[in-house]
Design a protein around this ligand. Structure first.
Ligand code: ZN
Length: 269
């Protein structure tokens, strides 16, 4: 799937999950917390593609996430891609093919999801406010890039950076009190996991179960058969899937923020 679809899927999953938590378990969140959670999850849903590098010197190419903060993230993507390729060759088994590019390797596995989620939680608990603001800044930048793709492309990465700084600080101010927000780690992990699910329905697949050896391969690619797989950027992704995600996002937001109105429109909820 492409960046904007990944970001939208992150927001949809977070809001639908928040609605379910509220509806079935009485776990209520304030509107500011909901908005921040959805934005962090949407931003994190782009993170695994940080293994897709572009042209650093020309400030071009790479995945949506690699272009989020201009040459800085493009450079980071270059490093991540090389590290992933190194990890691939260091842990591959006999039947795993030779690769020249690290895309869709380590950052597309369950251990990566756990690592990023745990790392974010650890940073929040260990360093408190400065870490929370920094994480929000990065995630807001990614969310803006993913959700408002055309605007971001037109305005350039400096505008995206400035907007994410404002959004991150505003988010921090609207969240209550002196807290470290370890739950940010959960939102980041859910976002990354949503990305992996989005890539699972493509035919190329991802090695989600690494390092489990399956048929003498540690990097077994798991995806859908070509006949039913979703083609990246094709009409099924852009029209059907994105349409469905928009509806889920809208309905969940309505049910969470204006339950009385939602009751009138959807009496069965
Ligand atoms: Zn991906």
């Amino acid at each position: 799937m492409m960046g904007p679809s990944h970001a939208l899927s992150g927001a949809a999953v977070w809001l639908a999950g928040s609605w379910a938590a509220d509806h079935f378990w009485g776990f209520h969140q304030r509107p500011a917390a909901l908005a921040v959670g959805a934005a962090v999850c949407a931003g994190a849903a782009l993170l695994p593609d940080l293994d897709m590098s572009g042209k650093v010197t020309a400030n071009r190419g790479g995945a949506t996430v690699a272009r989020a903060f201009g040459i800085f993230t493009l450079f980071l993507a270059e490093v991540v891609e090389k590290l992933c390729l190194f990890m691939y060759h260091a842990t591959k088994m006999k039947k795993d093919p030779h690769r020249r590019n690290g895309h869709r390797t380590f950052t597309h596995t369950l251990p990566f999801v756990a690592l990023v989620g745990w790392g974010t939680t650890w940073l929040c608990v260990r360093y408190g406010k400065p870490a929370v603001i920094a994480i929000l800044f990065v995630m807001m930048g990614l969310a803006l890039r993913g959700l408002f793709d055309r605007w971001a492309e037109r305005s350039g990465w400096l505008a995206v950076t400035a907007a994410s700084a404002v959004a991150a600080y505003a988010a921090y101010l609207t969240l209550p009190g002196e807290r470290s927000y370890p739950e940010l780690g959960f939102a980041v992990a859910v976002g990354c996991l949503t990305h992996l699910l989005g890539d699972l329905i493509t035919s190329a697949g991802i090695p989600i179960l690494w390092p489990l050896p399956l048929g003498r391969r540690t990097w077994r690619m798991i995806g859908l058969p070509k006949a039913v797989a979703v083609r990246a950027g094709g009409p099924v992704e852009v029209v059907v899937l994105r349409g469905a995600m928009l509806i889920v996002t809208g309905l969940a937001a309505l049910a969470l923020l204006a339950p009385a109105a939602a009751q009138r429109w959807l009496p069965n909820l």
